[in-house]
Design a protein around this ligand. Structure first.
Ligand SMILES: [Fe+2]
Length: 251
């Protein structure tokens, strides 16, 4: 089985090679210009706002709701391009899907979640924390886990606790899973192809422990856009497909 795996797409792919199936590591929504577009400048200002009250007001404003909807629609648009190929598509969610859904749930906003809307697609399956078999290999999907500077930016009451709990749950599920050949994760392991453009680490510590103990064959990730490449860690091939790169595997 020929499977094509894409890193963060952030909009329409330049090309899609023919394959029997596709795997996507999340971050489907296009890049919005946070320096010149007034809506996205507002989004960044909300992230940087100092007081929780000010943040709360900005995050629940009409402008923010518009930004969240645009971001979700853009993610769905990219995913639909793959869905229309009429081949099985397996995907996990990146931070571009995580944050809109998280805000919708946290603030109880009246907006359909990305994960709800993506269920309407016919050929695409979200494998967040799910195990599938492709060809002769078991594959396990791990969605985005808040990390690095992304995590420090979002200072809203309760976020840290909720996210710590979320990360711990994922760690537990992973530890208790039977052997997995291929991990498909948005974040890289910590210190492995995981620095962002300003050298802040975006990786996750417990992935390193998992790799050392359980020795999966392949750990595929994205998220750190400037760090496309591969590294062998213990006996595991870690492959960061980063920004719009793809890899074809025979499984
Ligand atoms: Fe990304």
């Amino acid at each position: 089985m020929r499977v094509c795996i894409f890193g963060d797409l952030h909009g329409e792919p330049r090309e899609i090679p023919p394959a029997d199936g596709y795997m996507l590591v999340g971050d489907f929504s296009e890049y919005f210009d946070t320096t010149s577009d007034p809506l996205w400048k507002f989004y960044v200002r909300a992230l940087m706002a100092h007081s929780p009250e000010e943040k709360y007001q900005m995050f629940t404003s009409e402008k923010m709701i518009k930004a969240i909807k645009l971001s979700i629609d853009s993610s769905i648009k990219t995913l639909t391009i793959f869905d229309n190929l009429k081949k099985p598509v397996y995907y996990i969610t990146g931070n571009r899907e995580f944050y809109p859904d998280f805000l919708i749930e946290y603030f109880c906003l009246d907006i359909p979640l990305f994960l709800e809307k993506s269920k309407d697609l016919k050929n695409s399956t979200c494998i967040n924390l799910k195990r599938i078999t492709l060809g002769s290999k078991s594959v396990f999907g791990i969605p985005y886990i808040p990390s690095g500077f992304h995590r420090e930016d979002w200072k809203l009451p309760g976020f840290e606790e909720i996210w710590d709990h979320y990360a711990k749950e994922i760690d537990n599920i992973l530890q208790n899973s039977p052997f997995i050949s291929i991990i498909l994760s948005h974040n890289p392991p910590f210190g492995v192809l995981d620095a962002h453009l300003d050298d802040t680490h975006l990786g996750i510590n417990f992935f390193n422990d998992y790799i050392l103990e359980k020795k999966p064959e392949l750990f595929i990730c994205g998220h750190a856009h400037g760090y496309y490449g591969e590294k062998i860690v213990n006996q595991t091939r870690v492959l960061n497909l980063a920004f719009r790169n793809f890899e074809i595997l025979e499984l």
